[in-house]
Design a protein. Structure first.
Length: 318
């Protein structure tokens, strides 16, 4: 079902009011309304992105473990990272609910459609984010708790408002966006070594071809909402193209660092070189011809690149 075919929010809430007033709603109808509400809350957490974040954090935990990984610590870390991602995404959608209603790619989200009220999203986000910080600090370690505070604060109070002010928001947002492997490594070792920062660097650089390809693909949407991404403020695409090609070029040697630091073996090194070359080839093509079609192809490659790279790390870790 497309977003515009979903039951509008006002109808849903009026149904609840009528059913409650009559006091004789069939159990199946109440179950259906509850299922719709639950589905809206799940959608609020951006489950596919949350899953990718969790998988990266799990991979970093596996790489950072000395000896056999402690699965109980891993489980506690995963729970904390899930809560943190859910809280951040819910609060982000609360803060950007007016923008989401303007853009076609986001108009089907729970708040623009009325499937959730702003207060519901705000309450859910605050509880999830606060619980995540407390859980990671208490059940994992202090480093994880501090990382959660940094990620939460920089994403919501720097990156999110800056999207309406400056195209440099992508650079600012890349810092909280690159923290997932730090969570995994910190959970495993209680500290952040050079290997952890190498993983951070990989994710930091990867975001530029990834998010600029999204911005090119949905440039009209961003322009309509007043979001100041580089493809919007600079239609000729010089800066976005330089960042796409430049960061992809830097990402290729950066992705080899886990192998050079002894975290992974030769299979990873070979695979990382191939994946990095593939991403660089597609990035250069998009930089030379910054149009929506090229951007969509780059977006697909970037989406495949990250899980494939971390999957190779885990398969060939030392």
């Amino acid at each position: 079902m497309r977003a515009d075919e979903q039951l509008p929010g006002p109808v849903l809430y009026s149904e609840v009011a009528v059913l409650g007033a009559r006091g004789r709603a069939p159990a199946t109808e109440w179950w259906l309304l509850s299922a719709r509400k639950l589905s809206a809350y799940v959608e609020l957490t951006k489950p596919r992105i949350t899953l990718l974040i969790v998988l990266v954090a799990m991979g970093a935990y596996w790489l950072g473990s000395r000896g056999a990984p402690d699965r109980s610590v891993l489980l506690r870390a995963v729970m904390g990272v899930c809560l943190l991602a859910a809280g951040i995404f819910a609060l982000n959608q609360y803060l950007e609910r007016d923008l989401d209603a303007i853009m076609r790619r986001t108009e089907g989200r729970p708040l623009p459609t009325g499937r959730l009220k702003p207060g519901e999203a705000l309450g859910f986000g605050v509880v999830a984010a606060a619980a995540a910080v407390a859980w990671l600090a208490w059940q994992v370690n202090a480093v994880s708790g501090l990382l959660a505070l940094f990620t939460l604060g920089s994403y919501l109070f720097l990156y999110t408002p800056l999207k309406k002010i400056t195209p440099h928001c992508t650079f600012i947002g890349a810092f909280p966006g690159a923290t997932p492997p730090l969570f995994g490594w910190a959970a495993a070792r209680g500290e952040l070594g050079l290997e952890a920062w190498a993983l951070f660097g990989i994710l930091f650089l990867w975001q530029f071809p990834h998010f600029h390809s999204i911005a090119w693909t949905y440039r009209e949407d961003y322009a309509r909402a007043g979001v100041r991404m580089w493809p919007v403020v600079e239609p000729e695409g010089h800066t976005a193209s330089r960042q796409i090609a430049g960061c992809s070029a830097l990402l290729l040697p950066a992705s080899l660092l886990p192998g050079l630091l002894g975290v992974c073996g030769p299979v990873y090194l070979g695979g990382a070189a191939l994946l990095g070359g593939w991403l660089l080839w597609r990035s250069v093509g998009t930089a030379r011809r910054p149009v929506a079609g090229e951007a969509r192809r780059l977006l697909l490659v970037s989406v495949l690149y990250l899980p494939a790279l971390f999957g190779l790390m885990v398969l060939d870790y030392r």
